[in-house]
Design a protein around this ligand. Structure first.
Ligand code: GDP
Ligand code: MG
Length: 435
């Protein structure tokens, strides 16, 4: 069984969902060609961290799907999709998402979806606590989805695992220990637990043992789907403007680790420096044009230039093997308004040049005074030349420079929001992993 994992190498929303969808579909098709039809799913798609705070927008055959918790593979027949043991699982939101996807014609049942029995659950009181913790804090550090309190409960060992959530009596007992003086808002233990009856009814059959699924030999490929991005990693990212999990650490042995990178940068949320942020009014103009608003949060995303210092840090720390580019087509807009494309190749901090990440950047004040050192490139009015099946020359120069500076190769370039909108440089990636 081969394995590949995709992580966002920037600050999230790089377009991981669409690209995971593309490679998953390619794997399903490749397996079918080699091994013939099968009733059983042969590609496993795993989400291993994050929770209802990370969203993907995936366009498939002209239809738009907003995924908040479920892996992108759920849209693709021939896959099994696992909410793995590291996720913070919100049962209410998951039920809503499952129902919405079913209405769009997506099949979801025990044959293609499982939830790790030891995943921690995010409950209503976590969302209330999130609000309470964030109130009065500067640099809004939360999506308000209850993730931080879930993580605090888990690490503080007062959390609730999915299998416990499913057992009414045990759920009540744990809540009594967690809140010995009564539940928040004066709700009774029983009524709180019973407010989750519908979720328990629908979701209980989906509980699985994580390692059973991971070791199921009928899968020919495991695809790991990261949520958020490197800079939001609680250990390696721009602390404290991070998420409460490790998007940059893959918890299984991956034969290939692919870093998904947007040809510019977008970032939602605060509490962290943003060295290459675009100037106004360019940022606002491009945001409106590109619709750069969070899939889950709806918040406007900040926009910046592609940052090689940051990407090299992600490559070095996570041991990224290859890059998957996205959204190069969006930069076509710059040609229309006569703006050059910029690339950040170093930081200047108080007159000192940094080409690589530095230990001093882990002092939270440091990067706020960093000025980007740019190289400029001629813009491209077209990113992908469909007739020739390759990137246009200006786009290729930009991409080549990134490859030089990172010493890492691109295996594909997204050039539109659809799963099929990709220039696959066909480095043998998927067939090699499956054979
Ligand atoms: P994720 O969280 O990394 O999966 O990314 P999101 O789905 O939150 O945000 C990425 C946005 O860019 C989505 O609206 C995608 O439809 C869109 N997108 C992804 N790749 C491309 C691409 O190559 N070109 C264009 N134009 N849009 C893309
Ligand atoms: Mg997203």
């Amino acid at each position: 069984m081969g394995s590949i994992a995709f992580i966002g190498a920037q600050t999230g929303d790089e377009g991981k969902g669409v690209r995971v969808g593309y490679y998953t579909k390619k794997a399903v098709d490749t397996i079918q060609e080699s091994y013939g039809d099968s009733e059983d799913p042969r590609v496993l798609v795993l989400r291993w961290q994050g929770g209802a705070n990370a969203g993907h927008t995936v366009f498939l055959e002209g239809k738009k799907y907003a995924l908040h918790q479920l892996p992108s593979g759920i849209l693709i027949p021939g896959t099994f999709n696992l909410m793995g043991e590291g996720v913070y699982f919100n049962p209410r939101k998951a039920l809503e998402e499952i129902e919405a996807l079913k209405k769009q014609g997506i099949k979801i049942d025990t044959c293609n979806f499982g939830i790790a029995s030891n995943a921690h659950v995010t409950l209503d009181y976590h969302i209330d606590l999130d609000e309470a913790i964030s109130r009065g804090m500067t640099g809004h550090l939360s999506t308000g989805k209850g993730i931080r309190p879930t993580a605090m409960d888990k690490q503080g060992r007062v959390g609730i695992r999915f299998e416990e959530f499913l057992d009414r009596a045990e759920f009540i007992q744990i809540l009594k220990n967690r809140f010995p003086d009564g539940m928040p808002k004066g709700v009774s233990y029983d009524s709180f637990v019973d407010s989750y009856s519908a979720e328990r009814n629908v979701l209980s059959e989906l509980s699985v043992l994580h390692s059973d699924i991971m070791n199921n030999l009928s899968f020919k490929l495991v695809v790991g789907e990261g949520a958020q991005g490197f800079q939001l990693d609680v250990d390696r990212g721009l602390y404290p403007g991070v998420t409460s999990s490790n998007p940059s650490i893959v918890p299984f042995r991956a034969d290939v680790l692919a870093g998904v990178v947007k040809m510019y940068e977008s970032s939602v949320g605060g509490g962290r420096p943003f060295v290459g942020r675009m100037d106004e009014p360019l940022e606002t103009k491009l945001r409106e044009f590109w619709g750069e608003f969070g899939t889950t949060t709806g918040k406007p995303r900040g926009l910046g230039w592609f940052d090689v210092v940051e990407i090299n840090n992600a490559i070095d720390s996570s041991e990224i093997d290859v890059l998957v580019g996205t959204c190069g087509d969006r930069l076509e807009e710059l040609a229309k308004i006569g703006e050059k494309v910029k690339l950040i190749v170093a930081y200047d901090i108080d007159g000192k040049r940094f080409d690589r990440w530095d230990k001093s950047f882990h002092k939270r004040s440091k990067l706020y005074s960093a000025k980007p050192v740019f190289e400029e490139f001629e813009p491209w009015s077209k990113f992908f030349d469909e007739e020739k099946g390759k990137l246009t020359s200006n786009a290729q120069r930009f991409v080549d420079r990134i490859q030089d500076l990172t010493d890492t190769e691109f295996v594909a370039h997204g050039h539109g929001p659809e799963i099929k909108d990709v220039l696959d440089l066909d480095k043998g990636l998927i067939p090699n992993l499956i054979m």
